[in-house]
Design a protein around this ligand. Structure first.
Ligand code: ADP
Length: 652
């Protein structure tokens, strides 16, 4: 899969939760809307149902009231319109049906005959517009007829219902009930209806004639109206729903859902931004990794990382090529490592432990490793602490260089040079010896013959003193000649005059020991130079003193050939007394055996196969030439210490 398509997939996956969340919000919105609509519908249905019920109820009451009026009308027609009788009946009716404002009886012409309660003087305006319509209609149809609403002074809106009276088939007037609209709805509309709805009676123009409400109608809901018949005349019953608090709760709920959805969307967006950042970091990391891998693969130096316990945590391809084991075989391996040399296991372990302790030589160290095939090779190792991202020291990283080839070449060169030096020395020695022999031959053989001649004379007994004196004189001349020859050779050997000048002993010891660093490393000898803080100065031939130090130090290194590797230590130390400067070269070699101790400084004494045995002898001569001393002592830590002193140059 290409990275392009994988990124597209990732984008799609990231977009999915956002889309899902948006869908959830949308569906929730639809659900809320449906619920709301349903609720409105239900509200509307129950409004219609309820108002119809109220209308029915009022209708039923008015019908039953009309029947009661009818009853009175029948009784009046039958028994005559007796004033007292009528009032009793009318009061009973008003008490039982509180919506009755009053009950009146009119004659065949419409004249008001009687009223209960009686009509007061102030309200006696008997406006025919209020009743004549209903009166006429009742007379005409012979049934109850209702009049239009009008204002009855002090009593509010009322309407009348006229019931015709017939006596022996003749119309004799009407019994009319005056109904108060207010009282009608006050008594006939139940409390639960008034709790839910605002009920009004309005006329054809929309004017409110009467109302029953328990709450102020600040936020009207849906309303429904039905015709109020009887009494008709365009009157309507209008019910309006009070807005309930459930709306508030629902609004809060909807707002909460919306808020939560927005929060979820925001957090999704934040997560997405975070993922994008991570992806960018991952990409950068991958590029970095690729770069590092290319770099590692191109390295010819072996790299090996170990944790604090010494277990291998990483090797690069160059290291694997060097030792021949694969990365899988090496990573996780604990000491002893497969590439350690069995015969030098102890030394390798010691080095390993020194590295883990942090005591690895800062300039690197050499060690012998083996390849998988068994072949040995010299490795030069530099160790450095491995510091993790958290700043914690987590192990050690080593760079490993195969120096076998280089060492081989160096060794060859050294052997070659040594051979040449030896040859040169031997040639010089041989030449010197043959010259000496040749030159000395003549005077010596002359001496021998004079000697023989003298002896012969003495043995013959016939000699005179003169002869002998002459012979002995000549012998003496020959002996002097031999002495001259030897002196000449001596002069030749010491051709140049020593070049004496003041110098710092610290400096000379440090420089000279420095010459031997390579050789010491090769022989795994560590070197320590301890200079004297007073920095003493001597006056001597610097080159000759360097020769002495070189000789003593080289002897010390050679003496440690059989010392265990870790103990191979050379210490060169400069010290001073009142009038002398002292240099000590201490080793941990085998020391000087007592049987050879007094021969050490004699010329040509050596215990080495390729030694000349001249070194210490010459050193001692050089010291004596400078009024110094050279001697040796056993080293208290094992081995021996060679010391020399030179007179200290005093500053004026
Ligand atoms: P060469 O080094 O050629 O043998 P030297 O005169 O320098 O000649 O040394 C003479 C001998 O003294 C050596 O062969 C060795 O036996 C002994 N010798 C010199 N230095 C030491 C030393 N540091 N430890 C033990 N023996 C030593």
């Amino acid at each position: 899969m290409t990275s392009d398509s994988s990124f597209r997939n990732r984008d799609a996956i990231q977009a999915m939760p956002v889309v899902a969340m948006a869908l959830v919000v949308m569906l929730l919105g639809v659900l809320l809307w449906l619920l709301h609509r349903n609720e409105l519908e239900e509200e509307r249905m129950s409004l219609i149902k309820d108002i119809l019920w109220v209308e029915q109820n009022v209708h039923f009451h008015l019908t039953s009231d009309a029947e009661k009026l009818q009853q009175i009308a029948v009784e009046l027609a039958r028994d005559g319109i007796g004033d007292h009788d009528f009032r009793v009946k009318a009061r009973a009716l008003i008490v039982n049906s509180p919506e009755f404002e009053r009950v009146t009886v009119r004659g065949p012409e419409g004249t008001l005959l009687v009223s209960s309660p009686p009509v007061e003087a102030a309200a006696t305006t008997d406006d025919p517009g209020r009743w004549s319509g209903a009166f006429t209609l009742a007379k005409a149809i012979g049934r109850v007829a209702y009049g239009p609403p009008y204002v009855l002074a002090g009593r509010g809106m009322v309407f009348e219902a006229h019931v015709p009276m017939f006596a022996a088939g003749r119309f004799i007037g009407t019994v009319a009930g005056v109904f108060s609209l207010d009282l009608l709805i006050t008594h006939q509309v139940p409390w639960w209806f008034a709790g839910k709805y605002n009920l009004e009676i309005v006329d054809g123009n929309g004017t409110v004639l009467a109302a029953k409400s328990t709450l102020p109608l600040s936020d009207p809901g849906p309303s429904h109206q039905v015709r109020f018949e009887p009494p008709g005349h365009g009157l309507m019953l209008v019910a309006t729903v009070y807005r309930s608090e459930t709306n508030l709760a629902r609004n809060i709920l909807a707002a909460a859902i919306l808020g939560l959805a927005l929060l979820a969307l925001w957090s999704l967006w934040a997560v997405r931004a975070h993922i994008r950042r991570r992806l960018a970091a991952e990409l950068a990391l991958r590029a970095e990794h690729g770069f590092r891998k290319a770099m590692e693969d191109s390295l010819t130096v072996g790299m090996r990382a170990r944790d604090m316990e010494g277990r291998i945590t990483y090797v690069n391809p160059a290291f694997c090529r060097m030792v021949g084991w694969s990365e899988a075989e090496l990573v996780g391996a604990a000491p002893p490592m497969p590439y350690w040399v069995p015969e030098d296991l102890e030394h390798t372990y010691n080095m390993h432990r020194a590295v883990l302790r942090g005591d690895a030589p800062p300039n690197g160290f050499e060690i012998v490793f083996r390849r998988k095939g068994g072949e040995r090779f010299h490795a030069l190792i530099y160790e450095a602490p491995l510091i993790g991202a958290d700043g914690q020291h987590s192990g050690w990283m080593a760079s490993v260089i195969d120096v076998t080839e280089r060492k081989h070449v160096e060794e060859q060169a050294r052997l070659q040079q040594e051979k040449m030096q030896r040859t040169a020395r031997l040639t010089t020695m041989g030449e010197m010896a043959s010259t000496l022999a040749h030159e000395l031959n003549q005077p010596l053989s002359a001496i021998a013959s004079y000697n023989t001649g003298c002896l012969n004379k003495l043995n013959s007994g016939t000699f005179n003193a003169e002869e002998l004196r002459a012979a002995l004189g000549k012998l003496g001349v020959q002996a002097q000649r031999a002495g001259q020859i030897i002196r000449r050779i001596h002069d030749f050997v010491r051709k140049s005059e020593p070049n004496v000048a003041p110098f710092s002993m610290n400096e000379v010891v440090t420089d000279t020991i420095g010459f031997l660093a390579a050789e010491a490393r090769k022989r795994a000898v560590r070197i320590a130079v301890e200079v004297c803080p007073a920095n003493p100065v001597v006056t001597a031939d610097r080159i000759l003193i360097e020769q002495v130090i070189l000789n003593l130090a080289r002897n010390a290194i050679e003496a440690m050939g059989h010392t265990p590797r870790l103990e191979r230590m050379l210490v060169a130390e400069v010290a001073q007394t009142d009038d002398e400067v002292q240099v000590r070269i201490a080793d941990h070699g085998g020391g000087v055996a007592s049987e050879v101790a007094d021969k050490l400084f004699t010329p040509f004494f050596t215990t080495k196969d390729e030694g000349m045995g001249m070194g210490l002898n010459i050193c001692r001569s050089i010291m004596e030439f400078h009024q110094g001393r050279l001697w040796f002592e056993p080293n208290p830590d094992g081995g021996s210490v060679f010391l020399f002193t030179l007179p200290r140059r005093r500053t004026a």
